[in-house]
Structure formats: C-alpha cells, structure tokens
Write a protein that binds this ligand. Structure first.
Ligand SMILES: Cc1cc2nc3c(=O)[nH]c(=O)nc-3n(C[C@H](O)[C@H](O)[C@H](O)COP(=O)(O)OP(=O)(O)OC[C@H]3O[C@@H](n4cnc5c(N)ncnc54)[C@H](O)[C@@H]3O)c2cc1C
Length: 476
C-alpha cells in the first residue's frame, strides 16, 4: 500500500519506519527541512523549530515507550544507547526517604530512557534514513486533502505546496496544530470532535552540561519534578552528561514574566536547595527556552459510530496532547503508531473497519491518559490559584475509594507499594484508574499519607524568597 504521512515528527517517523518494514511504500512530508545533523551535539544546537518548539524542552522517554521500542524498534533502542542515552532503572529513582529498597518482580519494566529530545529524534531520523521503502521529504507543506466524494468521502492523497501526492492511505501526524479540520471540511466532511481540558502552565527550560569529575548531588539519570506551592520545577537527566531544568509557572502568573532571563531563572532555582546543588555542578549550554500554548486535547475521527472520512487516520499529538509535566507524548505517539501498523496487518483492507478499529484503540489506549491528565491538572491548577491568588481551594479527595495521582505521588517517596504504583502510572504500563483502584495501592497510600502528610519531594522556598528571586519586593 502507498502511505503518505503528514509530519516527520516522532509520531510520523515511528509510523513510517514500522510501515515500511511491513512492506508498505511510505512517503513522509514535513514542511520543515529536517536535515540530518552530523552528530548529537549538532542536532541539539539546531533542534529548535518554530513549528515544533517542544523539541528543546525537557523530555523523558517513559517505560511504555521504551518497552514498545524494545518490542517493535529494537534497533532504535540500541541506537539510542549508542548515542549516549542512559537507561534509568527504577532503583535509580528511589529517594533516600524510601527505606525498603529491595527489588520487586516487574521492576525491570519500569525503566526510562534519559535523553535530550534532539538526540532521540536524531536516532529516529537515522533509522528512517536507512530504511528502504521510505522517503522523508522535508520542505513540503501539506495544504489539503485529495478526496473522492462519498458518504463519507474517501481520501486519496494530499495537496502540497509542491503539487499533489496520491496515496492509498493518508496519516495525519502533523502534531498539535494540525489543520486537519480545515482540510476535512474543504472536502465536505465534518470536522473532528475535540475534547479539551485546561493545562494552564508555561515552560521555561534550559540545558546544562555536568562538569567532569564533579561530586554530583544525585545520579545523572535523576528526574525530580516537584509541584511546589506556587509553581512547578523539574530536572531531567539526559544523554552525554547533559541535564535539562525547567521552571513551570501558571501561564497567567505575571510574576514569572521575567523568568526567561537566565539570571532570574537561576535565582528562582537557587531558592530551592535541591536544585541549587545541581546548579553548583553544571554549566548552562543554552539560553532559556520558553513555551506556552499547552493544552490537554483528545481528538476523535469517528463520530456517532461513523468515520468522518475513509483513508485518513491520525496518530501522535494530532490525536492527543497532555500536560508535558508527566512526559506522556512520545509514549502515546508510539502506542498510536504500533496500533496503526497492527490494524493494517489485520483489517483485510476495509477502510471503514480500519477507521473504527483505530478509534476503538484510541478509546482503549490513549483516552485513559487524557482523562487522567485532565483530572490531575484541574486539581493542581485550582490548588495553585488558591495559594497564589486566594481562589477557592479544590475540594479534598474522598476519604474512601480510589486514591488520586497527587496522593500516590506524595506517598511514593516513603512506601515501596505506593512507589511502584506511582511509577506504574508514570510509566503508563497500566491504565491510571486501575492503579488508583488497586486495593493494595489504596491501603499503602492512605497509611503513608497518615504518617507523612502531603509534602512536595523537595524543600521549597518561602513566598518572600520566591518574590526576591523574581526581583519583586513583597510590598509590590
Ligand atoms: C514542554 C514539553 C515537554 C514535553 N516533554 C515530554 C516528555 O518528557 N516525554 C514525552 O514523551 N513527551 C513530551 N512532550 C510531548 C512530545 O513532545 C510530543 O508528544 C511529540 O513531540 C509529538 O510528536 P508528533 O510527531 O505527534 O508532533 P510534532 O513533533 O509536533 O511533529 C509534527 C510535524 O508535522 C509537521 N507539520 C505540521 N503541519 C504540517 C503540514 N501542513 N505539512 C507538512 N508537515 C507539517 C511539523 O513541521 C512537525 O515536524 C513534551 C511536550 C512539550 C510541549
């Protein structure tokens, strides 16, 4: 089958390599040039693209993505390790407060890959470059769909700024700002149906390199993201002795408007002893990259049981975006790409059945993570607004029934069962609601919170220290 994929980001490249290996003839079209850099450092230096500004933001590859790589793209997994990406086994995420440090069956599945996003994409691009049956064409912008009329219309290719390209199947992997609804309506189909939930935060991220021989305050594969009273902050170990640090305030919090200034960024981090200790052992290698416009979204292409169009499927951020703080995007993108190739292997060429199967898989594999994120964010945003501007506090979670993500996260540093429950949700290896309802997880989480309360994992700054770092006087 001839497949055209719109977008050569992670989702498009995952799908393109998998489809080409299944014998399909695949063309990936991306409006950016996507030239392959000579090495990981050049890839990092040229990573920023206005169409995909997330590429310079912190990225962790969660357990689900790693597991799917091992199963379906083992050469990419091996290539990542060769390129300097580190595996962070579960034991490396144990804080000193976790006294029972014995291993448990299944721990090996909860391993993450620590990498800069640019290094990840560099390895994936090389796999695509080496793949026969696959052509990646940069500098070609898709402007619409080619369709044969019908109920629903059948998509038979794409229009681009370089002409028309015919296809038996078109995959929309154009990312969070995919214009697919305009394209659908232009060929007489209804637009997709999009659910959305507020994400509410902005990212300010900076890359660092560890000083050779420095006495590190933790492992280079450390990932500590802390939801503090007035903002979120995180550090992500990455490849080749690099670390990425981000300050993540509420979008509307004007006090943080200066945090793109490296001095303010550093001053904010220095108010938190844990992050200050990391700053002492590394040097910045980039400026501070801002990114806003983040949303939780879930898009469906089957409405009332009917596909909107035949011959068009979608994966990656086109289908679902979630608050980046939990790092779910690459896992969802690879999950979607794997579901796509598996569907094509078994659907006997019926495009109607194919669209329904893909939609069913979105409901099964993607929607639970969107729904989880929507609930997590609504509670977190309400709590931040309560603490910062006195908005009503969110209602406390019920004392019985499932635990919440926030409760599990608070218990994880102290209790081995809660710790594994938390990292199972984080690793996306089970549906979050299944973990929150697990009787053993509930018992351990509640008992741990009774003993330790709901503290963030690091000592946080006072309100005055934060304002000082943001260069505002308390009186303002
Ligand atoms: C701040 C931040 C931090 C994140 N951290 C993590 C993390 O830790 N772990 C994780 O797994 N995920 C993370 N994510 C999510 C992850 O970055 C995305 O889920 C992932 O990049 C989605 O890939 P994609 O291929 O679907 O979309 P994109 O990467 O956006 O790719 C879409 C491609 O389509 C191209 N395109 C768009 N329109 C057209 C057109 N008309 N014609 C041709 N080409 C077109 C674009 O140029 C682009 O190359 C983070 C996201 C953000 C914003």
């Amino acid at each position: 089958m001839r497949v055209v994929i719109i977008g050569g980001g992670a989702a498009g490249l995952f799908a393109s390599v998998l489809l080409a290996r299944d014998g399909h003839e695949v063309v990936v079209l991306d409006r950016d040039r996507l030239d392959l850099a000579g090495d990981v450092e050049s890839a990092s230096a040229s990573a920023f693209r206005a169409t995909a500004p997330q590429l310079v933001q912190p990225h962790v590859v969660l357990a689900l993505c790693r597991e799917l790589l091992l199963q379906r793209l083992p050469d990419v997994h091996a290539g990542l390790l060769e390129a300097g990406v580190a595996e962070a086994v579960l034991a490396t995420q144990q804080p000193p407060s976790l006294t029972d440090r014995s291993g448990r069956p299944g721990d090996e599945r909860l391993t993450m890959l620590m990498t800069r996003r640019s290094t990840f994409d560099w390895v994936l691009r090389r796999a695509a470059e080496d793949q026969s049956g696959l052509v990646v064409q940069g500098g070609v912008r898709v402007t619409g769909l080619l369709a044969e009329p019908g109920e629903p219309p059948r998509i038979v290719g794409v229009r681009t700024d370089h002409g028309e390209v015919g296809a038996d199947l078109v995959i929309d992997a154009a990312g969070r700002r995919s214009p697919v609804d305009d394209w659908l309506t232009a060929v007489g189909a209804p637009p997709s149906v999009m659910a959305s939930a507020e994400c509410g935060v902005a990212y300010f991220a900076r890359h660092y390199r560890l000083r050779p021989g420095a006495d590190l305050p933790g492992l280079p594969t450390t990932r500590v993201v802390a939801g503090l009273d007035e903002f979120t902050v995180g550090i992500w170990g990455a490849d080749n002795a690099t670390m990425v640090v981000a300050v993540v305030p509420l979008v509307e919090d004007r006090r943080f408007r200066g945090v793109q200034d490296p001095e303010v960024f550093t001053a904010v981090l220095r108010t938190i002893p844990y992050y200050a200790a990391w700053l002492d052992v590394m040097d910045p290698i980039t400026h501070v990259f801002p990114m806003a416009g983040l949303h939780n979204t879930l898009r469906r292409f089957v409405v009332d049981g009917r596909p909107l169009a035949l011959g068009l499927l979608a994966i990656g951020d086109t289908v679902c975006t979630t608050n980046p703080t939990l790092g779910r995007g690459l896992s969802l993108a690879l999950r979607g790409a794997v579901d796509l190739v598996d569907t094509l292997r078994t659907d006997a060429g019926d495009p109607y059945a194919r669209a329904l199967t893909m939609d069913h898989l979105v409901v099964e594999h993607i929607a639970p993570f969107y729904a989880d994120q929507a609930v997590i964010d609504s509670t977190r945003l309400a709590m931040l607004r309560h603490r910062i501007s006195g908005a009503p506090a969110p209602s406390p979670p019920p004392a019985t029934g499932p635990v919440t993500y926030a409760q599990l996260r608070a218990a994880a540093p102290f209790d081995p069962v809660a710790f594994r429950g938390f990292w199972t949700v984080m690793g996306m290896l089970r549906r979050p609601d299944e973990v929150y309802r697990d009787p053993e997880v509930i018992e351990h989480t509640r008992a741990t919170i009774r003993a330790h309360g709901m503290q963030p994992p690091v000592v946080q700054p006072t309100h005055e220290q934060l304002l000082g770092a943001l260069r505002m006087s308390v009186a303002v």
